[in-house]
Design a protein around this ligand. Structure first.
Ligand code: PLP
Length: 333
């Protein structure tokens, strides 16, 4: 439990491991005897060089990222990647496929429309973005340079559980993994590009992680600003310009912490258990509604379940609810 007395359920920037915060606090003023804070050091000095190298190698271990991929620590948030992806992977006249599963893929699509010719090959809009599609049900466009998906739609809460194997060389899978990055093991070899803002699972805001297959580097549109050109960052190990040093340092502590906890297999198990608990809550509310007990969902701000027993609620209503709760508990020990 938290020593700070609260549980912070923010969607991002989100809660960080206590041990990471305490370690950062202890090193904040004088980083490992250097006489400087990590915030005060040159990004080209030996201390920071060790930090960014360790961050990269720990992330490579966590996700088993092969050397066929470059790992970049960039600025501008996942939102910047909505433009960087089309700028780096296609020319203005090229097409790219987009699967639209919620608010974030809508935003990605809108940016892509400025830099290439995206096709929406599946949209969950008519179903209010309540489900994810299966890759089998959607034919990809011949010649499309890549297929973009949002791995987990943070607002609507729909997540891709499986990813297709690359079907042919022109279909490069690109995923925005901002809200499920490092929450479970992922087969990186299925992707061309993965990007994620750090501020949910792996660090503070200010750093965006991009994992890109090296053969996709060096094909950016001529108008691409250098800060969005993946090759400029890959050629310089993310030091083309000043990187977000402190944010990368915190990420490196989080990666170390995740490795100590058993890596992403262990994280996936913990996260499944947590998700299982909230699934059960949903089921409770649904089954109660079938039995004629409604409006039990807790306030939006706190979630959970809430039974209001104002003056007009008869005793029989409460007795029925208690009996249902006992029965539900017995069925879900
Ligand atoms: N994509 C997803 C899935 C997100 O959850 C978010 C932010 O919450 C973004 C993109 C935008 O990220 P940023 O604010 O880092 O630009």
């Amino acid at each position: 439990s938290s020593d700070r007395g609260i549980y912070n359920f923010a969607a991002g920037p989100a809660t960080l491991p206590e041990s990471v915060l305490l370690k950062a606090q202890s090193e904040l003023y004088n980083y490992r005897g250097s006489g400087m804070s990590i915030m005060e050091m040159s990004h080209r000095g030996k201390e920071f060089d060790a930090v960014i190298k360790k961050a990269e190698s720990d992330l490579r271990s966590l996700l088993s990222i092969s050397d066929d991929f470059a790992v970049l620590f960039l600025q501008g948030g996942a939102t910047t990647q909505f433009s960087a992806v089309p700028l780096n992977l296609c020319m203005p006249e090229d097409s790219a496929d987009y699967i639209v599963t919620g608010s974030w893929s809508v935003r990605a699509l809108k940016e892509a429309q400025k830099f290439c010719k995206p096709n929406v090959i599946w949209s969950g809009k008519s179903e209010k973005y309540t489900r994810i599609c299966s890759f089998d049900e959607i034919p990809q466009t011949l010649g499309a340079k890549y297929l973009h998906i949002c791995g987990n739609e943070t607002v609507q809460g729909v997540e891709f559980k499986d990813f297709p194997n690359p079907m042919n060389k022109s279909s490069i899978l690109v995923a925005d993994m901002s809200s499920n990055f490092c929450s479970k093991p992922v087969d990186i070899s299925k992707f061309g590009v993965i990007y994620a803002g750090a501020q949910k699972n792996v660090g503070p805001s200010g750093v965006t992680i991009v994992i890109i297959r090296r053969d996709l580097l060096g094909h950016a549109q001529p108008i691409t600003p250098v800060t969005l050109d993946y090759r400029a960052h890959a050629d310089t190990d993310s030091l083309y310009n000043t990187p977000p040093c402190f944010a990368i340092y915190i990420c490196s502590l989080v990666f170390e912490c995740l490795l100590h906890q058993g890596g992403l297999e262990a994280m996936a198990k913990k996260n499944e258990k947590k998700a299982g608990k909230s699934e059960l809550e949903k089921k409770f509310i649904e089954e109660a509604a079938k039995e004629g007990m409604v409006q039990l969902k807790g306030h939006l701000s706190v979630g959970g379940v809430r039974a209001s027993i104002y003056n007009a609620m008869p005793l029989a209503g409460v007795e029925k609810l208690v009996a249902f709760m006992k029965d539900f508990q017995a069925r879900h020990p």
